[in-house]
Design a protein around this ligand. Structure first.
Ligand code: FMN
Length: 159
């Protein structure tokens, strides 16, 4: 089983969790980056994010430093943007071929996860999507106990 932690992070929360999971699994890790970085105040990005989610916009993303084809298991991390995955993750979901892969999603959020995991499951055509991990933050403080993440990682290992 070859595993990749693939994530997008605007503010760093999802990155920190992705790194923790990557270290615990000792696996490769790749960050999804938009071709054009988001700029402006946090409030401006929240509004831009709302427009993008409402219109189903998929921002162009940079080429990854790993080839998703080479992995049969993908741990997919996203921040929640307007009750779903961040638009850049949507781009990744429609760009790569998910057939035959096993996907373990996780989502960092401020308490309103909405339909994030359902949307990821629908977008990963042909993949087996496992139960997601919901990780709460208050700004950059993680509220979900780290032990919950470690337990989830343990289940991934044992699968
Ligand atoms: C555009 C935007 C939309 C957001 N929408 C939600 C939301 O619908 N529900 C929620 O709980 N948190 C929402 N948040 C908060 C983020 O999900 C949370 O801060 C997350 O941990 C950020 O991850 P990051 O630091 O990896 O970007 C939103 C943040 C942004 C920037």
């Amino acid at each position: 089983m070859k595993t990749l932690v693939l994530y997008y992070s605007y503010g760093g929360n999802t990155r920190s969790v992705a790194q923790r999971i990557g270290q615990a699994l000792g696996c490769d890790i790749a960050e999804i980056l938009t071709a054009t970085p988001y700029t402006g105040s946090y409030d401006a990005i929240v509004s831009q994010g709302q427009r993008e989610v409402d219109t189903g916009y998929e921002p162009p993303i940079q080429m990854l430093n790993k080839n998703v084809k080479d992995y049969d298991t993908v741990i997919l991390g996203t921040p929640v943007w307007w009750y779903t995955s961040a638009p850049a993750v949507k781009t990744a979901l429609s760009t790569y071929d998910w057939h035959g892969k096993t996907v373990y999603p996780f989502a960092t959020n401020g308490g309103w996860i909405g339909h994030t995991f359902r949307d990821i499951e629908k977008a990963c055509t042909g993949a087996t999507v496992k139960k997601g991990l919901d990780i709460r933050f208050s700004e950059d403080q993680m509220l979900t106990p780290a032990a919950d993440i470690d337990r989830w990682v343990q289940r991934v290992k044992e699968d």
